[in-house]
Design a protein around this ligand. Sequence first.
Ligand SMILES: [Zn+2]
Length: 336
Amino acid sequence: MKKTNFLILPLAFALLQSCAANLSYTGSPFKKSFESITSEELKTHLYIVASDEMEGRDTGSEGQKKAGRYLIEQYQKMGVSHPQSMKNYYQTVPKEALNGRRGSLPESENILAFIEGTQKPEEVIVISAHYDHVGMSNGDIYNGADDDGSGTVALLEIAEAFQKAKKAGNGPKRSILFLHVTGEEHGLLGSKYYAENPVFPLANTVADLNIDMIGRCDPGNCGKDYVYAIGSEMLSSELKKINEAANKATVNLELNYKYDDPNDKDRLYYRSDHYNFAKNGIPVIFYFDGIHEDYHKPTDTSDKIDYAALRKRAQLVFATAWELANRKERIAVDKK
Ligand SMILES: [Zn+2]
């Protein structure tokens, strides 16, 4: 007996260890998925999502709906469905919920794609980006390649990366919701609607990683490998550390916390969709490249995107989400 025990215990321990190592940043499942996020694919998607054909993707416009159909086609191609409780990928946002800064808007849609967790499917990590932009004005098309075409196509690549792992038997332990929200430019309206009508209970929503502009640089940072990370230590003492560890193990960007100050005059913590999660006590990180000369101008076009930077920032979000989805305990909400 003793002898057998001696043999079995180390073996069992070794097996456990190899399972744990299997989903680490150095393991091949992570690496294969991580490498599947490419500049070429991001570029291909972005040239379509931010093309003139989409007419600036104003909330409720035909151009926005066309961009939305493109996103859904991509999820269908990669075999990623919508949440089971929904009949399709659309969460209709009624026009009553879309009274924005510039008056009332037509009915519009959030788009939801979902990868179910293998061990804790009820716990959900949200990765969000808005797919609306400001439309057209005086004959100019506001393509919104960076704002927020960049976040929109990053979601596609991150979803593909998780799906690749899932197909190989290494799917995320917790579920991942890819949330493309509408109405952001009119006052964060699509994410507000989601937070008031969540498809998964907010109590089971572990974190929101929100991407809004990650394909350019701002004047103070051009030439650097960086990203602004906003809000990561507001609600959880663990999230900032996880993001930093993910970054260090992978793309090693300079994480800039300039906008993390609640008294910052630009108030960026309140200015994108993550805020509708944060105000409900859900830890968030907002990934952002800064304000540049083409911000909210017709010149925010696909040819000006730094695709190498877009790739690295998308990979960082993927790596952070990977850890949030696969770690043993969900992150604590221990700060106010
Ligand atoms: Zn934006």
